[in-house]
Design a protein around this ligand. Sequence first.
Ligand code: ATP
Ligand code: MG
Length: 417
Amino acid sequence: MKLSELYTKTSKTVPADEPSRNAQLLIKAGFIHKEMAGVYSYHPLGKRVLDNIEQIVREEMNAIGGLEIRMSVLQPKEIWEKTNRWDDAVVDNWFKTRLKSGHELGVGLTHEEPITASLIPFISSYKDLPAFPYQIQTKFRNELRARSGLMRGREFLMKDLYSFCRDQAQHDSFYEKAAEAYMKVYQRLGIGDFTYRTYADGGYFTQKFSDEFQTLSEIGEDIIYLDEHKKIAVNKEIYRPDILQKLGLKKEDLVEKRAVEVGNIFPLESKYPDELGLNYLDEQGNKQSVVMGSYGIGISRLMGLIAEHFADSKGLVWPKSVAPALVYLIRIDDEDEIVKQADELYRQLKNEGFDVLYDDRNIRAGEKFADADLMGIPYRIVISKNTVAQGVVELKERTSDEVKSVQFTDISNQLAR
Ligand code: ATP
Ligand code: MG
């Protein structure tokens, strides 16, 4: 992409009405726009980051047999009444709306009920199981506080997968596979080394735990107790002597840490399938309960976390796997010969499959350098009268101060994707 063709602009000032650092940085860099508290729009560079995260999640869900779907956002209240989750006293963050007739509707905040109900026409026999549908979709939650930017939105992007299995053993085996796939996602996003599977409350109807995936970060809202040796953690909400004993963890081995919940997986047993009437016939023709699980990943929360966690005093610092481009190409001087060489280098890198932001604007060099840093692009290449005279370009990584002179012919070898 040529920056002369990009309509967004960076700004030096922090918007006064935005308390969160991730949103401040992303707004300054022109990646997002704040519509209201907890609600953001994604402009081209922000959309690219979100898409990159989404695609990593999609690939790992496909790899464990997930089948991508798209559920409706508008929800009939009747199915939520069947599981007692319509009442605001039970679920306190619904957005609800009404038809012209006055009939109430829900705006999707999660999809256990509708996905279960919508499988009823398809699943009748043990042969139809297991099923692993998932979607990547905007969710709506009327969160009390929305001061953490993308990390707690009232409208946010989530991946939600649901597993439907014929028995507990089939469920358990998928559940573990999903947990492994989650860790692969976090590894690929550059946060795997400080993201931990964390025991958490399983919900009111089961004795089981749920598993959260918690990324250590000072900006987190959650407190966890981590056994660094075993690489297991417990959420503060269930940090009690009886639970620690049950998990074989010792209080003295645990350290208290702040963390961000980047994913959450739940064994749901047969509650929703039973209440909504999804069941199957086994080999003997006996009616059986379906065993369900749900698996969420906060895609936009991940973007906010990654933005804020890695940022430095100059701006964003994206891991390569999610950066909106790999290379920020700066052209200094606008003599015809320099323009020609820079255009040629841009074309060459694009042809070799590198994502390049080409700063071909007629602005001061200092502004280009500042934007390259603010936008957090992993590599910066500078081409100028000086470098061209020596037959080289200057290459610098966003995370290092070292500037290397690189021969034209060697540039692509120096760019690790
Ligand atoms: P939290 O405990 O942070 O409120 P949750 O337990 O309600 O989240 P789930 O319903 O399990 O979250 O949703 C799956 C994932 O979606 C969470 O692990 C989190 O990463 C993300 N998520 C949840 N709520 C929000 C939100 N308001 N904004 C952005 N991401 C969210
Ligand atoms: Mg939670």
